[in-house]
Design a binder for this molecule. Structure first.
Ligand SMILES: [Zn+2]
Length: 228
């Protein structure tokens, strides 16, 4: 008996079963069905309820509700890259405080509407004050402490630094606020590091290592949105 014919059989059986009043009769019917359909009694009883999953179409499964649309997901991934792959707990406050800035810097390619949504996304789980206290006690002074809750990623710290702001402005001024790729002037511009910001520490604030890109050209660079 395949699944389809078995379900058919069970539906008919249910009709009979639900008509029966006496326990004895029900038991007899179940005994038969156990033999015929080779099913366990408990499973059978569950299937023979007035409303069981027999009424569902095969393949009809409970689907998780889609909470975030594609644009928000894409923006979330960008942020996650930019912030150096934090856990959800660390990501949440960064989304709240840094996304406006990211957008202004041309680092984040998404609409303002998406930004507003990013700010209210719950990526961390909520901890009670008591749990937080316990956690901090446990981790206090621990050398293998890998959970960096509340620690601002280096990159964000750098953005807030006067050196970075000066470097950015100097790059723009040198390039006359013009995208070095397509020649578009003004608008939303990004100061892009030519040599990896992450690897070449000594080149981080070197104006020669920067170039002005419009947001579209910046988006097309291979390293866009990466902590490079
Ligand atoms: Zn451009």
């Amino acid at each position: 008996m395949d699944m389809k014919s078995r379900n058919q059989y069970l539906k008919e059986l249910r009709r009979e079963y639900l008509k029966l009043r006496l326990r004895k009769e029900k038991s007899k019917l179940l005994n038969e069905a156990e033999k015929r359909a080779k099913l366990e009694r408990k499973y059978l009883i569950k299937k023979l309820r007035p409303k069981s999953n027999l009424d569902k179409e095969p393949g009809e499964r409970k689907k998780r509700k889609e909470i975030y649309d594609g644009r928000i997901k894409a923006a979330l991934v960008q942020c996650w890259n930019i912030f150096d792959y934090p856990c959800g707990l660390r990501l949440e406050p960064l989304l709240k405080t840094e996304t406006d800035r990211l957008k202004k810097l041309g680092e984040l390619q998404c609409s303002y509407e998406t930004i507003e949504k990013l700010k209210i996304i719950r990526t961390g789980w909520k901890l009670s004050e008591e749990t937080k206290k316990k956690l901090s006690e446990i981790h206090k002074g621990s050398r293998n402490y890998s959970w960096k809750g509340g620690v601002t990623p280096l990159r964000v710290k750098i953005w807030h630094s006067p050196e970075y702001k000066l470097w950015r402005r100097s790059v723009f001024e040198r390039d006359n606020y013009t995208c070095v790729f397509c020649g578009k002037r003004g608008g939303r511009l990004a100061a892009d590091h030519i040599k990896s910001f992450r690897e070449y520490l000594e080149l981080r604030f070197l104006i020669d290592n920067g170039r002005t890109l419009c947001k579209d050209c910046h988006f097309k660079t291979e390293t866009y949105g990466k902590w490079k």
